[in-house]
Ligand binder design. Structure first.
Ligand SMILES: [Zn+2]
Ligand SMILES: [Zn+2]
Length: 309
């Protein structure tokens, strides 16, 4: 995040803060203005802000804007691509698909995203103020560690998210925190951020904790963040491909489709090993595909063979 903040400061925020919160004009004892004057424009310094780059209130505000813009840009980009090119829109005829569900999912995501962003600020602030183990040069730990840290990031966060998610299904917690995400029994990709804000925050915690425990290259961390959002959208695309070799190891969209349909299976995020080890795995069999119910409903409405949208 500090890398992005550095670029944004350079190209956007320095000018924006100087305009919104200009540094006070001071007078020297020779009564000349120390701030820039029109007559000395060629040699005068650029206008500055009373909030320097390392001022905590400025960093918090900047981080909030950057994180929210990036999250929403990726959300709308990946969700829209997934919805129009991957998601089978016949699923919208499923008996458990809610009226105007896609709209509800988007509204829920738009409400959750800024709240999650605010809760996450202390972690981002710690990163930009140098309290995490993020590093700059690959040479510091070498390429082998660089590759290992990417895999370890996925394994570590997958394990923690598995348990956070599973505990969220405990009856004392479920209805307060996780139930809003299960409103979507047959989700569309737009359900990817449609959480109770506390739920979204809790499930994102492992990603933030990771870089405070283990060294990770800054650019790799940035890439992994984009990947995490891409993956969260991907597993909500309702694709029920089953029988693929990778499905034995990877928590596919088919696994997460079953999680939304049956609630108490497939809590994992990237891999199936935790579900298999802790006895919550359910194989995505072709007969469990919700498309069958959708096609039945479409047949009953006389829609099959016609344009479905
Ligand atoms: Zn989900
Ligand atoms: Zn769940």
């Amino acid at each position: 995040m500090d890398l992005v903040l550095e670029y944004c400061d350079e190209y956007v925020f320095d000018a924006a803060y100087a305009y919104l919160f200009p540094a006070p004009i001071t007078f020297s004892n020779t009564t000349t203005l120390s701030s820039p004057s029109p007559s000395s424009s060629s040699s005068s310094p650029l206008p500055t802000s009373s909030y320097a780059r390392d001022a905590i209130p400025r960093q918090l505000a900047s981080l909030f804007i950057i994180a929210l813009s990036a999250a929403l840009a990726l959300y709308f980009l990946f969700c829209t691509l997934s919805y129009y090119f991957v998601y089978d829109r016949r699923l919208e005829h499923h008996p458990k698909f809610l009226p105007r569900q896609k709209r509800q999912e988007i509204i829920s995501s738009l409400i959750a995203a800024p709240v999650i962003d605010v809760m996450t600020l202390p972690w981002f602030l710690g990163e930009v103020r140098g309290h995490s183990k993020l590093y700059n040069r690959v040479g510091e730990y070498g390429w082998a560690y660089f590759a290992f840290s990417a895999v370890w990031f996925l394994v570590f966060t997958d394990f923690l998210i598995y348990w956070i998610h599973r505990l969220e299904h405990h009856k004392l917690v479920y209805k307060h925190v996780h139930k809003p995400h299960h409103k979507w029994i047959v989700p569309t990709p737009y359900a990817a951020l449609a959480f109770h804000p506390l739920d979204g925050y809790l499930q994102s915690l492992p990603y933030h904790i990771f870089v405070y425990l283990f060294p990770m290259h800054r650019l790799l961390y940035l890439g992994m963040f984009g990947f995490v959002q891409f993956w969260t959208i991907l597993i909500h695309d309702g694709d029920m491909i089953s029988g693929h070799l990778l499905e034995r190891f990877i928590n596919s969209p088919a696994h997460h489709t079953l999680h939304h349909l049956y609630f108490t299976c497939n809590y994992g995020q990237y891999f199936t090993w935790a579900d298999k080890t802790f006895d919550s795995h359910r194989d995505p069999m072709p007969e469990l595909d919700p498309i069958h119910e959708s096609l039945k409903a479409m047949r009953a409405k006389g829609l099959l063979g016609k344009k479905t949208d």
